[in-house]
Design a protein around this ligand. Structure first.
Ligand code: SAM
Length: 239
């Protein structure tokens, strides 16, 4: 199908996850053709005086006091929840998986939310367009686990992602990462500790064992709990 309203000259990246699952129903195709066009964050792509392409986030989210970003929102339960409880915040949701984006767009038809814009593709192609220090909170919830050792470098928590994240996050901004894979949590803490731009906020075990106060469980977390895997909640501060 045509690429859901997104036209830009994106740098190409190897993406190893799934872009499409079950065949999309006509209704879902319509969400992707029509609704996604309206909620496309790239509608707010402009040029800086130096000629660099950058998102104009003040135009994208007029009157909002902060901008947050959720990477890999799946079906979007958490994104919608945060948008509802934080009407003064603008949220950018980024997801590669078309079926997930279609599912979120279906839910958005039932809601009256003016503070969610979307990017249906790989976050690595969006990073260059996000202005420096523009984002006050980032959510990476149950990133793809890549359990085999030889695939660990495909995990999100590598310098390839952490460097641009540090650039776009405001000092004092928070990065929240949830995972049900203890080795993933280990790699996350290790990588973030190696990076001078981030500080792990945990002081006691309850800080990674208990979910955040404003938490909304996700589809992936429900599956993890059903399979007796224990969630770990990590919060890092952009120094
Ligand atoms: C394991 S799923 C978790 C989904 C959701 N956060 C949840 O908890 O149910 C990970 C999601 O991250 C998305 N993803 C992986 N790499 C991505 C990338 N580079 N940019 C955007 N989304 C990505 C995948 O498509 C997938 O839907």
């Amino acid at each position: 199908m045509k690429k859901a309203g997104i036209t830009n000259n994106k740098p190409s990246h190897n993406f190893y996850g799934k872009r499409l699952g079950r065949k999309l129903r006509n209704r879902q195709r319509e969400y992707l053709e029509v609704d996604l066009r309206q909620r496309n964050i790239l509608n707010f792509l402009g040029k800086t005086p130096e000629g660099t392409k950058r998102l104009d986030l003040a135009k994208a989210f007029p009157g909002k006091t902060a901008v947050w970003l959720e990477i890999g929102f799946g079906s979007g339960e958490h994104l919608i929840h945060q948008a509802k409880v934080n009407p003064d915040v603008g949220l950018i949701g980024c997801e590669v998986y078309l079926n997930g984006v279609a599912s979120l767009l279906g839910k958005l038809r039932e809601e009256d939310l003016d503070n969610i814009l979307l990017y249906q593709d790989d976050i690595r192609s969006l990073f260059p367009y996000i202005p420096d220090q523009a984002i006050e909170r980032v959510f990476v919830l149950y990133p793809d686990p890549w359990p085999k050792k030889k695939h660990h470098r495909r995990r999100f928590v590598t310098p390839e992602h952490l460097m641009p994240l540090a650039r776009i996050m405001k000092p004092g901004a928070r990065l929240r990462i949830a995972t049900d894979i203890s080795d993933y949590a280990r790699q996350t803490v290790e990588q973030l500790n190696l990076n001078p731009n981030f500080e792990w906020e945990a002081e006691t075990p309850s800080d990674w064992k208990l979910s955040w106060k404003d938490w909304q469980t996700t589809r992936y977390e429900k599956k993890a709990l059903l399979n007796n895997r224990t969630p770990i909640y990590l919060t890092f501060r952009r120094v």
